[in-house]
Design a protein around this ligand. Structure first.
Ligand code: ADP
Ligand code: MG
Length: 396
């Protein structure tokens, strides 16, 4: 059990001895915002240590019901953006993606809880890019770390590809090709890769850090196009930024080993939408779609964590979000869930919902596998066959 402290020896996060497996869940509690402070809102959460968080909610009948939850790490309000890179476990995901695994990091939480802040930082960063800003989020910091990791693999060739999409009302919009806002893209099943993919999605080959940043900037700009209220819009859509990492390594015997991994950064729709179904018309349809995709995501994770696969069926197909994340949730890779919460008493009910959703996720246990190039897999299986035949011969 560890306490993580900053330069002034203040606790920024506490860590629990929960087993680290293929889904790790961390919680980030943002500071009280000015509006909350002005209105005299109090803290509803406390930090007992050891990766625990305590949230008390006063129920309608007036009784206080304190709840304690444990996660891999609980980040307290004074944790910085850099702390999230260092201690959330994201570095492990990046290293795994380079090794050929499919990894996903997603932020879950109510609107205003800090999901976008955690992933990308405040939107003004993308109006005038300052690479040294302290506010840069996890995505920018992960890109920098990714290049550091790639440089350490000296005898490997890498190709990086990036794509950035948004799921709005079950429609897939390419954030690198805003024209698709009018003509959404189709999600299809590929027999070849045995996975879902987005047809005609723009992918950008990236050679250097600046190329990845350009993708991030372009997508962030397009996210708000045609919207009157950015926050309102983003609370109803999921965005997925994907970096695919293809590596080729020459072995001593002249054989090339080719691996393909990826990392998804997912900014989910506001979790409070799951209950706002009393609204009408288009909003009701939107709310239902968000409701459904977050519920299916939760259900996919929960049925994996229960270990009982309900007759082998996990309902990935029930939403676009889970279709597109299936290859990383289903076993090949690791998932990091960052549950974002507000500390304010006025948000305590939503905070409690987020903490419950996050706690269910932690029980997931899948076994990651490496994605191999079909050529390489064939060579391996032929080698095995030859080996088996040789042993047979020896016994004749
Ligand atoms: P969400 O994406 O979950 O709706 P945002 O990331 O937009 O929430 O955050 C809501 C507001 O709170 C923004 O003004 C943001 O800058 C601020 N905020 C969120 N998290 C933090 C944090 N850790 N430190 C400082 N400000 C934060
Ligand atoms: Mg947001």
């Amino acid at each position: 059990i560890e306490k993580l402290v900053d330069g002034d020896k203040r606790v920024i996060a506490t860590k629990h001895l929960l087993p680290e497996n293929n889904i790790n869940v961390v919680v980030r509690v943002r500071p009280l915002c000015n509006k909350e402070i002005k209105s005299g809102d109090a803290m509803a959460v406390q930090f007992p240590g050891d990766g625990q968080i305590y949230c008390d909610v006063v129920t309608s009948s007036g009784d206080k019901k304190p709840k304690v939850f444990s996660y891999n790490v609980v980040f307290e309000p004074n944790a910085t953006q850099e702390d999230i890179l260092q201690y959330s476990g994201i570095k492990n995901l990046i290293e795994m993606a380079v090794e050929g695994f499919n990894c996903t990091a997603f932020c879950y939480g109510q609107t205003g809880s800090g999901k976008t802040h955690t992933l990308t930082g405040p939107p003004r960063l993308f109006e005038k890019m300052d690479p040294y800003s302290e506010d840069h989020g996890l995505v920018f910091r992960s890109f920098v770390y990714l290049f550091k990791v790639l440089q350490e693999h000296e005898n490997c060739n890498f190709v990086l590809k990036a794509s950035f999409l948004e799921i709005y009302n079950e429609k897939v919009i390419d954030l690198l090709n805003p024209g698709t806002a009018r003509k959404p893209l189709a999600v299809r099943w590929s027999k070849k890769t045995r996975g879902f993919f987005v047809e005609n999605l723009f992918t950008v080959e990236c050679e250097e850090l600046d190329d990845l940043l350009a993708v991030l900037e372009e997508g962030m700009r397009n996210r708000s196009i045609g919207t009157h209220n950015m926050n309102e819009y983003s609370s109803r859509s999921h965005s997925i930024l994907t970096i695919t990492i293809i590596s080729e390594q020459a072995m001593e015997n002249g054989v090339f080993i080719s691996k393909q991994g990826k990392i998804n950064f997912v900014d989910l729709a506001g979790s409070e939408m799951t209950k706002k179904t009393q609204s009408e018309g288009k909003t009701l349809e939107e709310a239902n779609n968000i409701n459904k995709s977050l519920m299916v995501l939760g259900y996919c994770i929960a049925s994996l964590s229960d270990g009982k696969r309900k007759g082998g069926h996990i309902p990935y197909r029930d939403s676009k979000l889970t279709k597109l994340l299936a290859d990383s949730l289903a076993g090949n890779g690791i998932t990091l869930m960052i549950a974002c919460v507000s500390p304010a008493r006025s948000n305590a009910n939503e905070t409690l919902n987020t903490l419950r959703y996050a706690a269910r996720a932690k029980k997931i246990a899948t076994k990651p596998i490496i994605v191999m190039d079909p050529r390489e897999a064939l060579i391996l299986s032929l080698k095995r066959e030859v080996g088996a035949l040789q042993t047979e011969n020896e016994h004749l």
